[in-house]
Design a protein around this ligand. Structure first.
Ligand SMILES: C[S@@+](CC[C@H](N)C(=O)[O-])C[C@H]1O[C@@H](n2cnc3c(N)ncnc32)[C@H](O)[C@@H]1O
Length: 208
């Protein structure tokens, strides 16, 4: 079975080209919302080719992680500040090599829709561990829409996005938030009923 690492190693060089129409029409307008009210030390989990970089708050110190070296190579070009600062890491979001409370806040865009169901809670727990208590985690993700036409379209797209990106519209990340010991602050549709922004608060670390 193909793993997500293999998928993104394979697709990295085509990724920006394939995503270009969506980036232009949908994502560019939404990415700045990920960072509203966030500052300090930020983690961008599943940084990909670095599409969020131009929207990082200027005063924030951002680190990026991704499992794919090929995606990170492209992020290195797009995010010179992170590259020069040595803050781009090959890491799995389910096993982060940062001490607890290393970050004030974390974001991820289109990472949880590619994480298999059994990795959703471990990934949320890890983000909750590396973000300090009281910090926010903001997620931008696709969901399965309810509207009939858009819903039908997502079933047509499903085989391609599963093969190419390991993605699904049915990850239901929101439902795992309490199990991961986190608090859902806000869940908001940001593009029709197809894309959601989740704002999650780290309540307290298990050991504190
Ligand atoms: C759909 S892309 C999104 C990239 C970027 N965040 C964006 O908004 O364009 C998903 C990214 O998550 C990475 N990824 C997948 N599984 C991961 C994991 N377990 N830990 C860290 N990154 C992962 C992939 O390599 C890929 O770069």
């Amino acid at each position: 079975m193909t793993t997500n690492v293999e998928r993104y190693q394979r697709i990295a060089r085509f990724y920006d080209l394939l995503d270009a129409p969506f980036e232009r029409k949908r994502y560019r307008a939404l990415r700045p919302l990920l960072f509203e009210g966030l500052s300090g030390r930020l983690l961008d989990a599943g940084i990909g080719t670095g599409r969020n970089c131009e929207f990082y708050p200027p005063e924030a110190e951002v680190s990026g992680i991704d499992t794919s070296t090929a995606m990170l190579e492209l992020a290195r070009e797009r995010c010179p500040t992170l590259a020069e600062g040595g803050r781009l890491y090959q890491m799995d979001v389910t096993a982060l090599q940062f001490p607890a409370a290393s970050f004030d806040n974390a974001v991820s865009s289109f990472l949880f829709c590619v994480l298999p169901d059994d990795q959703q809670v471990p990934a949320l727990r890890e983000l909750g561990r590396v973000v300090k208590p009281g910090g926010l985690i903001r997620l931008l993700e696709y969901v399965r829409p309810r509207g009939r036409l858009r819903r039908a379209m997502t079933y047509i797209w499903q085989p391609w996005i599963a093969w190419a990106y390991g993605a699904s519209f049915d990850r239901n990340t929101e439902q795992y938030i309490p199990t991961a010991g986190l608090e859902l602050v806000e869940s908001q549709f940001v593009f029709d009923d197809l894309m959601k922004m989740l704002t999650v608060r780290v309540v307290a670390h298990p050991a504190t």
